[in-house]
Design a protein around this ligand. Structure first.
Ligand code: PRP
Ligand code: ORO
Length: 177
């Protein structure tokens, strides 16, 4: 079994929740992927880090992150997986709104200005969350090399339509949904 196979089994057994639910976009759906049950899971999170590094191995970037909260543990997992492979990869967090006190930053972590970065999400249905992060990153002077998600729930067309490279580890078909 590869890391990808193991991650797929983890998602199927731990993150798929059937039942009526309202999504981030306001759309109604009859299942939810609670990927925080994966990205914060002691067995599955290390797989997330390694599988996403493998998925983006041909891209050049030295920082990773996205819109809080879903993206945060994804970025952390990649940072640690990279360190285990002897590679230094920074992480960052894009706030939903600029902080009003302290350093008053929208993007937390090491400076992203002038750097090549990967924007990540756990999942995306409409592309809105990763594209919000991309906009904030560009405003901060970063070069976004691609967007990557664990599961694509339908965002591909909107993200690639913006001219961005888009990678996802799994589609709904892979999950049998
Ligand atoms: O179609 P999209 O807009 O890209 O939706 C996907 C977003 O929905 C979830 O987060 P949510 O908005 O529920 O907020 P959270 O990360 O703060 O939990 C998920 O983590 C993505 O960020
Ligand atoms: O579109 C969303 O908001 C969404 C769908 C999903 O399956 N999981 C999730 O965390 N968010």
């Amino acid at each position: 079994m590869t890391d990808r196979d193991n991650l797929l089994a983890e998602i199927k057994s731990k993150a798929v929740v059937h039942g009526k639910v309202t999504l981030s976009s306001g759309m109604e759906a009859d299942f939810y992927l609670d990927l925080r049950r994966i990205t914060l899971d002691g067995v599955a999170a290390p797989l997330v880090g390694r599988v996403l590094l493998d998925l983006t191995a041909d891209l050049e970037f030295d920082a990773v992150g996205g819109l809080t909260l879903g993206a945060d543990p994804v970025a952390g997992a990649m940072l640690h997986a990279a360190a285990a492979r002897g590679r230094t990869l920074d992480a960052f967090v894009v706030r939903k709104a600029q902080k009003q006190h302290g350093m008053q930053r929208r993007i937390e972590g090491p400076e992203v200005k002038g750097r090549r970065v990967l924007a990540v999400e756990d999942t995306s249905t409409t592309g809105a969350s990763p594209l919000t992060a991309v906009e904030a990153l560009r405003e901060a002077g970063a070069e976004v090399v691609a967007v990557a998600t664990i599961v694509d729930r339908g965002a591909r067309e909107r993200i690639t339509g913006e001219g961005l490279e888009y990678r996802s580890v799994f589609t709904l078909d892979d999950l049998g949904l």
